[in-house]
Structures are given as C-alpha cells and as structure tokens.
Design a protein around this ligand. Structure first.
Ligand code: 3PY
Ligand code: MG
Length: 248
C-alpha cells in the first residue's frame, strides 16, 4: 500500500522532520524505518533539486512528503513533478484556500495540475500509469496552525480531496499570543476543536512534536499522521550527550 492508501486505511504513520540539505541524512533516517518523512521546505534552505536528491535517497523506504515554502500553484506543481508522495500546505486558514490547494494537486477534470514529464512520471516512461492514479495517490495535507483556521475548521474539514489536517502547534500557539506554549489549556482547546471537526468529517489528523512524549497524547486520541523529532535535533542531542558524558 502506498502512503495515501495507508492514510485512508487509518494506519498509524510515524514520521520525522528533515530540514538539513543532505540526501545522506534522509537516507539514514529512512533506513531507521520511518513510514514517512516530513521534508520541510517552509523553514529550510532546500531547493527543488535538493528535494529531488532526497526523494531519490529514500525511495522505496519512506514516503517523502514535502511542506511547500508557499501555497502557490508553481511550488506545488514542481514538488509533485519531482516525485513527492504528497505535499503539506502550511497556514491554510479558510475552505477557499484549501479548495485551491486541492485543485493545484489534481489533474483535470478534478483539478488544474499542469502536465509534465519529470521524475514523478518516470521521465515519461510511466506517464500513462502515473496520470491515471496520481489524483488518488498524491496526499494533500493542509495545516491548521492559526486561530483563523480553528475558527473556520468546520468548513475546511468538509473540503473534498483533503487527505489530512495537520496541526502546527507552534504556529497555532503563536497566533494565540502564547508562543511555544503548546500545552496551554486554550491552545489545547483550540486543537480539540480541530480534532472534533476532523473526526466528524472522517478527515485524518496529524501532529508535530519535538519528542515522543509530546506526540503520544495525540496518538492516544486517534491521530494517525505523526511527526516526531527533527534531524538537526538528533545530531545536536547526540553531540551534546557525548560531550557531557566526557566533560570532567
Ligand atoms: C508548527 O508547529 O507550527 C508546525 O508547523 C509544525 O509542523
Ligand atoms: Mg508551522
């Protein structure tokens, strides 16, 4: 089963975040067995070509889902054409924005995705089979990470073609003037509202946390798309630990 099918089957999908422009790091993390990798194009310096190399490094092991730098037709089209298994659109605050993003991800007649011959289409060799299944196989994930998205979540959750709503707890807390206070009762209440609306509309839910402990309560609530930890954090933590152990 591919990533989208597993998402629809309600499988628990464990991922981690990649932010460092190095295919080798992507390969190491994929070899650890993560179901998917949250490749962050919003806050990292990665270019399209580097994403392509990273997708090549993890192919056949982990699904590569890229968070776009900006929710534009051009950015989304390019990342799908290099073979991303799906995209994550940050800061989607209204149903209209969500609808537009779905349209950019789907070939006609369901949407307006442009037709290219690139890595996703096997450089032309897999064109027919790719275009036949891409509308179902490409995961369209939008982020609820602003209080405006929470206010509009009932309409957003009803938009056809959204495969998951992924909470961004840090931006959400910031939008509520509670920067980084992801466990604050008002922030948690806002997340609960998103949880209820998505569960009522059978939309899968995702959550990001820096540690395993921070994501566990959301797994317990039925969230299936989990991103825990960040590549840079794995390196700095390991480095700090060994240095501390040896420092007199
Ligand atoms: C946030 O917490 O704002 C995020 O976007 C995490 O993915
Ligand atoms: Mg965010």
């Amino acid at each position: 089963m591919n990533f989208s099918e597993r998402l629809r089957s309600n499988d628990l999908l464990l991922g981690t975040m990649l932010t460092v422009p190095a295919p080798e790091i992507a390969e190491m993390v994929a070899k650890c067995g993560f179901d998917w990798l949250f490749m962050d194009g919003e806050h990292s310096p990665l270019s399209t070509l580097e994403w392509q190399r990273m997708l090549q490094a993890v192919a056949g092991r982990s699904a590569g889902i890229i968070r776009v730098a900006a929710n534009t037709e051009q950015d989304i089209k390019k990342l799908l054409d290099i073979g991303a298994d799906g995209i994550i659109a940050p800061q989607v605050n209204s149903a209209d924005e969500a609808r537009r993003i779905v349209e950019w991800c789907k070939y006609p007649p369901r949407g307006v995705r442009g037709v290219g011959l690139a890595r996703a289409q096997g450089y032309g060799l897999d064109f027919a089979s790719y275009v036949e299944s891409a509308n179902d196989d490409i995961a369209v994930i939008i982020q609820a990470e602003h209080i405006d998205a929470v206010d509009n979540i009932e309409e957003i959750a009803k938009v056809a073609g959204i495969d998951a709503v992924f909470i961004g707890p840090y931006d959400l807390s910031a939008s509520m003037n509670k920067m980084g206070e992801v466990d604050d009762p008002e922030v948690v209440a806002a997340i609960d509202k998103v949880t209820r609306a998505c569960q009522q509309n059978n939309v899968a839910l995702g959550y990001f946390g820096v540690t395993a402990e921070s994501v566990q309560p959301y797994i317990d609530q039925g969230y299936k798309l989990i991103c825990a930890g960040v590549d840079a954090g794995f390196v700095t933590q390991g480095a700090q630990e060994i240095l501390q152990q040896l420092t007199p």
